[in-house]
Design a protein around this ligand. Structure first.
Ligand code: NAD
Ligand code: DAU
Length: 342
């Protein structure tokens, strides 16, 4: 099996590469990554060079993408398309790279898969569905109407529409998945969970947007990737699969749990963290109904205890300071330009 993994030096893609190398001794992977600020070559350190090739390039560049996809000629070969600009806060400040990577990039990947009749799995997000009220009994399903809120989620929604059109109009053999919030090792320190962990590790107070009432549906990155592998193996081209692990939790609850697990809960009336300026257009709640994916593919998440998953993740950031420390101060300086303590 040969796979081209776009965005394979980012958080979820790098974890995917490690998983495939471990679980599929016959697999050869080519990582295509433009090495943006979100990539880290160290996330791929120690992998066997004869099985993992890393190509620095833009997936929106039709020449490089076509050249790599053309090499996929076996029946099990596929492109797994993780590459994207992925951070909502950045998309509010500078939307253009999101249009380029998420829409033009997906277009170039689709055209290469169409030219060479190669199977594609497109990795997307639950954010394309917009948000839910806190007391809404319905969760997102594959039938939920698209209603994206931020430039990030709008460009992911646009990419999903391109994939659906290339399936219907050109017969491209593509599957799609929309997953909820991931956490685990190798996640960039700009994101909520690693930001708070590394704040505590560097003596900076954790930062909660607004009241912290917003709810995210957390899933361990290994569970996301096991679902992607199940879709590659047993998914039906043209179908959309939702991935989630019933991990709904408010940001306030997650923050308190991180502080507790790290012995940083504050004292008296001080909770140990600061409430700061809210994100403009902040989605209130995401929640995934993954029952169709579970029933049809026989997939089950394995890491459903958030306390346990967070403890292990905290341990990883404690043990891997070299991985995140070089960019930490720069990320906090960027946040400090707009963030005000409430
Ligand atoms: P990330 O930002 O950590 O990594 C993205 C990677 O893509 C980086 O290595 C970056 O260099 C690369 N990249 C960006 N533009 C590129 C381009 N034009 N060409 C080649 N490479 C490019 O993101 P992530 O959190 O690992 O997310 C991966 C995918 O999963 C994205 O498509 C994202 O929308 C989706 N997703 C993420 C989550 C989550 O919670 N993080 C949840 C659901 C879906
Ligand atoms: O739902 C899937 C999406 O999850 C993915 O598509 C995105 O790529 C991924 O970044 C993530 O989006 P969010 O915007 O939900 O993730 P983020 O880690 O930025 O924030 C999670 C929540 O925490 C959100 O409600 C904002 C809040 N937050 C974030 C940061 C960085 C804080 O309260 N404080 C913070 O410092």
């Amino acid at each position: 099996m040969r796979l081209v993994v776009t965005g394979g030096a980012g958080f979820i893609g790098a974890n995917f590469v490690h998983t495939v190398v471990r679980q599929h001794p016959d697999a050869h992977l080519t990582v295509l990554d433009s090495m943006t600020y979100a990539a880290n070559r160290a996330s791929l350190a120690g992998l066997p060079a004869d099985r993992v090739e890393v190509v620095e390039g833009d997936c929106a560049d039709p020449v490089v993408t076509d050249r790599l996809v053309a090499r996929l000629t076996g029946p099990q070969d596929a492109v797994v398309h993780f590459a994207a600009e992925s951070h909502n806060d950045n998309s509010l400040a500078t939307p253009w790279p999101f249009v380029h990577s998420n829409i033009v990039g997906t277009y170039a990947v689709l055209e290469a898969c169409r030219s060479h009749d190669v199977r594609l799995h497109h990795v997307s997000t639950d954010e394309v569905y917009g948000d839910l009220q806190l007391d809404d009994p319905a969760k997102f399903t594959p039938e939920t109407a698209y209603n994206p809120s931020s430039p990030y989620s709008a460009t992911k929604a646009g990419a999903d529409m391109l994939v659906r059109a290339w399936v219907r109009s050109f017969g491209v053999r593509a599957t799609l998945s929309n997953c909820s919030n991931n956490y685990g090792p190798y996640q960039h320190v700009e994101k909520f969970i690693p930001r708070q962990i590394t704040n505590i590790l560097t003596g900076v107070r954790p930062r909660l947007y607004g009241s912290g009432a917003n709810v995210r549906d957390w899933i361990h990155v290994d569970d996301h990737n096991s679902a992607v592998l199940a879709i590659l193996e047993r998914g039906e081209p043209g179908r959309t699969y939702l991935i989630g692990a019933d991990g709904e939790c408010s940001n306030l609850e997650v923050m308190r749990l991180i502080c507790e697990l790290m012995g940083a809960s504050g004292a008296g009336s001080d909770p140990g963290f600061d409430h700061v300026t809210d994100r403009p257009g902040h989605d209130l709640r995401y929640a995934i109904d993954a029952s169709a994916t579970r029933d049809e593919l026989g997939w089950q998440p394995q890491h459903t205890d958030l306390r346990e998953g967070l403890s292990a993740t905290i341990g990883w950031y404690r043990d891997n300071r070299d991985w995140w420390e070089p960019v930490k101060a720069q990320v906090e300086a960027k946040y400090a330009r707009t963030e005000k303590v409430l």
